[in-house]
Design a protein around this ligand. Structure first.
Ligand SMILES: [Zn+2]
Length: 430
């Protein structure tokens, strides 16, 4: 009883110190011992209730721009401050000598993301840049809060999502693309409905997170799958006329360990589409996509990413000089349909009206970029694209990303409905 009284007195005293820290508040602590977490050089100042940090991540395993951790010990009604600096780790291009730290803008969204339950992710107010620091303030109204670069999406999230979709819909099957080099499952959703044979179905491949830090791209993939398995009549048409594969996270190992993935050693996942890929995910995806190509039904291949901080481009495509018809015309038609749908949410998601043309000048390993590999090795009618969804915008949220995904899926349906319906070989022989 006496102890309780002392605590109450201390609380009252603390609260009476206007503008001062409540002396009864617990010290702030930081934890990062969970899937996808990443933080380094944490310094906690309990006088100002602020936490200074840099992103964690081993640069050998990709750009150290992703950060994600948990703050505990927050008092009711308290505002805490996050003080972020860019990683000081030196990054290298594969095969090149050590260079310099990654530009800090990659790790500094205008608004950080937080969640008190690990499920619902919200933006903070806009951060303030102060010299080398980015300062975010948030009032979580909870003793513990997760904070991150953007809405996290881990291998567990992907596994749970594909499982829930398969339980919800008889047309969806939770499966695995492969196991990673780190012996983790790579969850994949397989969707088709009705009695059509494989050869009567369009082939659609959707993959995200070849770059582990680009968490928004997994939410786009999820939005695609949610629409596909919805009650929408167009979604049913797509399920009935196509066989669809969705991989929400390709690089599960770097995603699980909070590493960036981009420019990882010995090979960036999206530069690994060579005759001899290093990563298990690429070996498996290349084999399955190769199967669709062999069957003449690699119709739509979509590789999902997040771009540079202020790049509003949506689609990255190969220069038409490197391709032949009908591929160019079909691709441009798909982009037109996708733009008109995704731009319905404009100005929520600003975008430029033209795709960014890439090719030999873009990267020395340009042939080994997945969408390029599929274009160069695909069927004459294959549409293969990289979609870069803007991440540094007020609507770069789980809802915004999923809206892009659902509109993208609706565009795939609209595009394929214009294509000749696939006949079975038997029907062609009749
Ligand atoms: Zn990327």
């Amino acid at each position: 009883m006496q102890r309780l009284l002392i605590v109450v007195t201390l609380l009252a005293t603390g609260l009476a110190l206007e503008g001062r820290v409540c002396i009864a508040a617990d010290p702030l602590t930081v934890t990062s011992d969970f899937e996808g977490a990443s933080v380094r050089e944490v310094e906690i100042d309990d006088a100002t209730r602020s936490i200074s940090f840099i992103p964690g991540g081993d640069p050998v395993r990709g750009w150290p721009c992703w950060w994600y951790f948990r703050v505990n010990g927050i008092a009711p009604g308290e505002t805490i401050t996050l003080r972020l600096r860019g990683s000081t780790a030196t990054v290298t291009k594969p095969g090149a000598p050590p260079q310099k730290p990654l530009a800090s803008v990659w790790s500094m969204p205008a608004q950080a993301t937080f969640s008190t339950d690990g499920k619902t992710w919200r933006h903070t107010e806009k951060g303030q840049r102060q010299d080398e620091w980015m300062i975010y303030k948030l009032k979580p109204e909870s003793a513990s809060v997760f904070v991150a670069w953007g809405p996290p999406y881990t291998p567990s999230t992907a596994a749970k999502f594909v499982r829930e979709m398969s339980e919800k819909s008889p047309h969806a099957k939770a499966t695995e693309l492969c196991r990673s080099r780190g012996d983790r499952a790579v969850p994949m959703l397989h969707v088709q409905q009705g009695e059509r044979t494989k050869e009567q179905r369009f082939g659609v491949w959707v993959q995200a997170r070849q770059h582990a830090w680009e968490s928004g791209s997994s939410w786009v993939a999820q939005g695609f799958a949610e629409w596909l398995l919805s009650d929408d009549a167009d979604a049913a048409w797509l399920r009935q006329h196509a066989e669809i594969f969705i991989v929400p996270i390709m690089d599960v190992d770097n995603t699980a360990s909070g590493n960036g993935g981009k420019d990882a050693q010995p090979q960036d996942h999206n530069r690994d589409w060579s005759p001899q890929p290093h990563w298990n995910e690429i070996i498996a995806a290349q084999r399955m996509v190769g199967g669709l190509i062999e069957e003449g039904r690699m119709d739509v291949f979509l590789d999902l990413h997040n771009p540079a901080p202020d790049d509003p481009t949506f689609f990255y495509v190969l220069s038409p000089e490197l391709l032949k018809e009908p591929m160019i015309g079909l691709r441009d038609r798909f982009i037109q349909l996708a733009y008109s749908r995704i731009s319905k949410i404009k100005p929520l998601i600003p975008m430029s009206n033209k795709p960014k043309v890439t090719g030999a000048n873009y990267h020395p390993l340009w042939r080994q970029i997945s969408a390029n590999w599929v274009s160069l090795n695909g069927n004459p009618h294959t549409v293969s694209l990289t979609l870069e969804t803007i991440w540094n915008y007020q609507n770069s949220t789980t809802e915004g990303y999923r809206a892009v995904g659902s509109n993208l899926a609706a565009a795939v349906r609209e595009y394929l409905a214009e294509r000749p319906v696939r006949q079975s070989r038997m029907a062609l022989l009749d």
